[in-house]
Design a protein around this ligand. Structure first.
Ligand SMILES: *[C@@H]1O[C@H](CO)[C@@H](O)[C@H](O)[C@H]1NC(C)=O
Ligand SMILES: *[C@@H]1O[C@H](CO)[C@@H](O)[C@H](O)[C@H]1NC(C)=O
Ligand SMILES: *[C@@H]1O[C@H](CO)[C@@H](O)[C@H](O)[C@H]1NC(C)=O
Ligand SMILES: [Cu+2]
Length: 185
């Protein structure tokens, strides 16, 4: 009986260690592939945030590989750190962030285990904060290139007219805005 318990404990510990080390996962469609065919390099897409909780912009500029992202927002000083993602749907007229549905997960990877930022191709395409880091209030400015997001509608990682969502530390969706093509003056 004692031997059995000891073995169970050892077994459980080994399994836990294996699971803890298993932080990456490949999507059902493989790892995300770099986007190299955006139609217009320099094309600008913007999500405008103008709510009580979040004001500012999340901008995506079509790059030779993927998208150059820039976050420039004010956030509540408390309740962070904040996550930000590309979700599947645009924000509806009602402004209800729940209706943007889940993350853009083009390669069907799921959100567990969490994104390993050292292997961004293995993360959900829309999990920008998982790949490039959380942000804090009261102001957040951050720039990064993401190779897997696209302004080319034929690409799996197409982000046009999808919702960008900020979440507080509890996971609540505190603000959302649709990424729209900037109108040229
Ligand atoms: C690692 O995760 C993958 C995908 O969830 C799973 O198929 C695999 O069995 C896991 N490996 C271990 C050692 O837990
Ligand atoms: C960020 O937003 C503020 C306020 O809208 C603006 O004044 C500033 O120029 C922006 N910064 C960048 C780098 O876009
Ligand atoms: C937002 O949408 C969700 C899903 O459709 C719904 O369950 C929820 O009641 C809506 N919230 C509000 C405030 O309308
Ligand atoms: Cu999200």
């Amino acid at each position: 009986m004692k031997t059995f318990s000891l073995l169970s404990i050892l077994g459980a510990a080994t399994l836990a260690a294996a699971q803890a080390s298993n932080t990456t996962v490949t999507g059902k469609l493989g790892d995300a592939r770099p986007v190299k065919n955006n139609p217009v390099i320099g094309e600008v897409w913007v999500a405008n945030f103008d709510s009580e909780t979040v004001k500012g912009t999340v901008t995506g500029v079509a790059a030779k590989i993927g998208i150059d992202w820039a976050i420039n927002v004010t956030l509540p000083a408390e309740k962070g750190p904040f996550k930000y993602h590309v979700h599947l749907r645009a924000v509806p007229e009602s402004g209800n962030c729940t209706e943007t549905l889940g993350h853009l997960d083009s390669y069907v990877r799921g959100d567990s285990p969490p994104c390993d930022a050292s292997k961004p191709a293995t993360c959900e395409v829309g999990d920008l904060s998982g790949k490039y880091g959380l942000v804090n209030g009261p102001t957040a400015q951050k720039e990064f290139n993401d190779q897997y997001t696209a302004t080319n509608v034929i690409q799996l990682g197409y982000v046009g007219n999808r919702g960008i969502v900020f979440h507080d530390a509890s996971g609540a969706r505190i603000a959302c805005a649709t990424l729209k093509k900037a109108t040229t003056p």
